[in-house]
Design a protein around this ligand. Structure first.
Ligand SMILES: *[C@@H]1O[C@H](CO)[C@@H](O)[C@H](O)[C@H]1NC(C)=O
Ligand SMILES: *[C@@H]1O[C@H](CO)[C@@H](O)[C@H](O)[C@H]1NC(C)=O
Ligand SMILES: *[C@@H]1O[C@H](CO)[C@@H](O)[C@H](O)[C@H]1NC(C)=O
Ligand SMILES: *[C@@H]1O[C@H](CO)[C@@H](O)[C@H](O)[C@H]1NC(C)=O
Ligand SMILES: *[C@@H]1O[C@H](CO)[C@@H](O)[C@H](O)[C@H]1NC(C)=O
Length: 427
């Protein structure tokens, strides 16, 4: 009898310390649009598709800005939620919590950095490093093409906003040539964010209940309710967490995670991997309906920058093009481009009724900070005949699904995208 009791106590004790966040070894790192680039990127230097008899002649890329500071609106909500920490600590001290001692200690020691939460319209140090790294690796992957960039052989431009301009600046810095000049953002319409200046679209976006309907429906789904219950019970706090509180805690976890120092955030210890997956799904639903397949107009906007891509490469083919074109814009634009290209499209639309665990639409992979779609045009010599092909890369990995084996012949590329050029008039 006694041995059984002892065993039982041992067992319970052991089970409790299994769920520590601080030493899990592989924390769940998919944090939707706030995922650090470093957590998901490939490396163009390793993944570059080398084709015999071909040489790259032009690169076109569109990038999401690097990690930015949270907006003042989100910062205010997060700052208010910090007081939930006191409940977590008290609950732990009273023995009501099943969080690990070290996790609670790390949370207690976490210091609010006011300067991080003051709504700066800027990218963080991590964001700068991400953008510099992108430029640097690209240069190393395409040294011959990018070594001697002369005036007129390149275009670098961002959408409006200080964090956009800082992002392109650091990308160009990574290319390592001090003389490169960056164009000013366009004051009104630009191919890299046509939705931003379309008034009807902006008005409909605010009014369209479809954008948030599925995400709201999911808040009554059993998967979500179970996660909410787990968060409340593991922390054992006597403060009833609202859906808004959970979002705020999730944001604290996401924004205070640093991939550059490889430091996870102690706020993430409030969530299990399952909880984080549920919260990630809510974000995917929101973006699917706001920027992706959930709303038909998105693919129309996505075609606009792709039209620019075809024009750029058609010129380069004639020997009049740029060696490199790089734009920095919002996650919205990248999502719309994927939608126009038919990438990451699920057979059934994502809904709040069921969490689709096998979904292709994963913002944690496709709309992360510094996410990028890059196309490379190569000229090949095929038994004395000149030929061209295009390879697409997503976050520094070749995209194999656009054309067979990931290499588009000029004809395939042209057939797929040429019709998008006419959309310039639609703007
Ligand atoms: C929790 O959420 C409610 C709204 O649902 C809000 O009024 C309250 O201030 C939040 N609490 C904290 C500590 O942020
Ligand atoms: C606080 O945040 C600012 C802005 O990110 C940063 O420059 C500074 O080093 C941080 N301070 C500390 C103590 O981490
Ligand atoms: C930068 O531009 C200046 C003047 O246009 C030129 O003299 C200099 O050689 C250039 N430097 C590099 C590294 O290209
Ligand atoms: C919302 O979605 C429904 C069903 O897909 C559609 O019939 C309706 O037109 C949409 N409403 C708006 C404002 O887009
Ligand atoms: C939390 O909610 C439960 C039921 O929803 C309620 O009985 C309880 O009084 C609430 N606790 C606090 C501290 O508000």
């Amino acid at each position: 009898m006694r041995t059984i009791l002892t065993l039982l106590v041992f067992y319970i004790h052991y089970a409790k310390s299994l769920y520590c966040y601080w030493n899990t070894g592989c924390p769940y790192k998919y944090l939707s649009t706030e995922t650090p680039y470093n957590s998901v990127r490939g490396d163009i230097r390793d993944s570059i598709v080398k084709l015999t008899g071909c040489e790259p002649v032009s690169i076109w890329g569109i990038y999401r800005h690097g990690k930015r500071f949270p907006s003042s609106h989100v910062s205010a909500i997060m700052k208010e939620a910090i007081s939930i920490r006191n409940y977590v600590i008290t609950s732990y001290e009273k023995g009501y919590s099943s969080l690990c001692a070290q996790d609670v200690e790390n949370l207690r020691n976490w210091e609010l950095n006011e300067s991080f939460f003051d709504g700066k319209e800027d990218i963080t140090e991590e964001g700068r490093k991400e953008m510099v790294g992108l430029g640097k690796r690209l240069k190393e992957a395409f040294p011959t093409l990018l070594n001697n960039l002369r005036e007129g052989s390149y275009t670098f431009r961002s959408a409006r906003g200080a964090w956009m301009e800082k992002s392109i600046k650091h990308f160009v810095k990574g290319l390592g040539n001090k003389n490169l000049s960056i164009d000013d953002p366009k004051a009104d319409i630009d191919i890299m964010d046509p939705y931003a200046t379309c008034r009807t679209y902006q008005e409909n976006l605010q009014k369209n209940p479809n954008i948030t309907a599925e995400a709201e429906k999911f808040l009554r789904n059993l998967d979500y309710l179970a996660a909410k219950d787990r968060i409340q019970r593991r922390s054992g706090i006597d403060y009833n967490l609202s859906d808004e509180n959970i979002t705020a805690l999730y944001d604290l976890c996401r924004y205070t995670w640093s991939a550059v120092d490889d430091k996870v955030s102690p706020w993430c210890a409030l969530f299990t991997k399952d909880d984080l997956q549920v919260l990630e799904y809510i974000q995917d639903l929101k973006h699917y309906y706001a920027n992706g397949y959930g709303t038909p107009v998105n693919k129309v906007f996505g075609r606009v920058p792709l039209g620019d891509l075809v024009e750029c490469f058609a010129k380069a083919k004639k020997g009049e093009g740029k060696k490199i074109t790089a734009y920095v814009t919002h996650a919205t634009m990248l999502d719309q481009i994927y939608t126009a290209l038919g990438l990451f499209k699920d057979e059934k639309p994502l809904t709040g009724a069921k969490m689709d665990r096998e979904r292709k639409w994963r913002t944690s992979k496709i709309s992360v900070f510094s996410a990028n779609l890059v196309a490379v045009l190569s000229r090949c010599d095929k038994e004395g005949l000149e030929d061209y092909n295009v390879v697409f890369y997503l976050n520094e990995e070749p995209i194999r699904s656009i054309c067979e084996e990931g290499v588009c012949s000029w004809r395939e590329f042209d057939t797929k995208l040429r019709s998008f050029i006419e959309l310039d008039s639609f703007m």
